[in-house]
Design a protein. Sequence first.
Lengths: 461, 48
Amino acid sequence: MIHRYQFDGLNIVLDCYSGSIHMTDPVAYDMIGWFEDLPEEEVINKAMSVHGISIEDANECMADIKSLKESGKLYAPDKYENIALDFRKKNIKIKALCLHVAHTCNLNCSYCFASQGKYHGDRAVMSFEVGKRAIDFLIENSGYHKNLDVDFFGGEPLMNWDVVKKIVAYGREQEKLHGKNIRFTLTTNGVLLDDEVTEFCNKEMHNVVLSLDGRKEVNDRFRVDYAGNGSYDRIVPNFQKFVSKRGSKSYYMRGTFTHFNTDFLNDIKQMLDLGFTELSMEPVVTDPSSPSALTREDLPVLFGQYEELARLMVRRHKEGRPFTFYHYMLDLTCGPCIYKRVAGCGSGTEYLAVTPWGDLYPCHQFVGDEKYKMGDIYKGVENLELQDKFASCNAYSRPECKDCWAKLYCSGGCAANSYHASGDINGVYEYGCEVFKKRIECAIAVKLLTSDIDAPGEENQ
Amino acid sequence: MTRIVTIETRDLEKSAKEGGCGECQTSCQSACKTSCGVANQECEKLSK
């Protein structure tokens, strides 16, 4: 399966199953498109007629196309479905936990998928005993995994900071005893991000996600405290100080955009103006009846924003002022293997969320939905039927993905998004698919436009 | 005349033989938390 698209003068051909990417001139772009549907002779004749090229030129291009096909870089067959079925089921070892250390928050953002951190339940914080047991549970069930991931999440994890620090200390002690490497990460709204937290995070946290929606008026529309005061003026100086001391360690400034700021590129620009360069901006996840929910009519606007974002990245790259956008990060040569691409994020199998009480859920987005409770950190995963369902959820489990060129980039999409959109983790969140495909097209275009490879025809210009 | 330039990418078929170690970062732990994909992950083995 191939996918062809154009971006700012580039003709791009993606070969789905080999992972190959080709830049072509307009002749080859058309011929590659026709090749699957027309006999060879017709493709050649059509190329001569449409593009006014000689038969020698058309034959030469045809030979190149056939050579790429023979070498497995074009029209490569799909050989991965069985890999998909076996991989997760044979390898259910846990490698990552999302620790809900605080089901409470010092902000009251109305769009929060976690209902202001409470996940539709009671306010609670995780005790050290629960956190300690969670680390033990992770190590006991991690099998062959050496690298383990533990994310401190909420609500607002800094509202339970002493316990976070104790869990980290315990994890550091245990990883040595068991030959593991725990990567701790933290997501925070920044309200309590002081010098002491900064120093600790810069020592211990592999990555820190900082929540800011961009422009002050955008951020303060939703990200308000319980008195209704916007958080921007309080959090931005904290974030700036934090990042100035972060050195080369990883962080992301992460925003959410909604129906009210479909011009989210302006929010990304605001983040850049504030000095942040590692950026992520996510579409809101909310009930479609909410006024903040993105609409079908918003989609073309969002597409335009993603394209403009790509152009901004290329421009700033050329100016020597590059920045990172999470969804446009692609490592073409050292990206994920086919197993990861097929199996996806690992929710419900290698990745679980732990509530303040120690209950286990497939991921943070299922917490609070009782029918998705999988077990607890004391007795382990008990709902094996649910575990099996998540283990079977992959790039090949949805009929809608069968002919989609992007399935090995998204692995069939986010199970929680599918569930919320369709009622089934093996359903499809079509809106999310549209956004995802646009982002991948733009991400690849950015990679090509910032590389030193000339597009065909450019070398003589 | 070169009408097609092939960009160097990871060979997915080859990765079926050498991949699957499971040591890479869990996708949703990094920055999204709400709309996971795997395309932007790095291979733990190859990126060392």
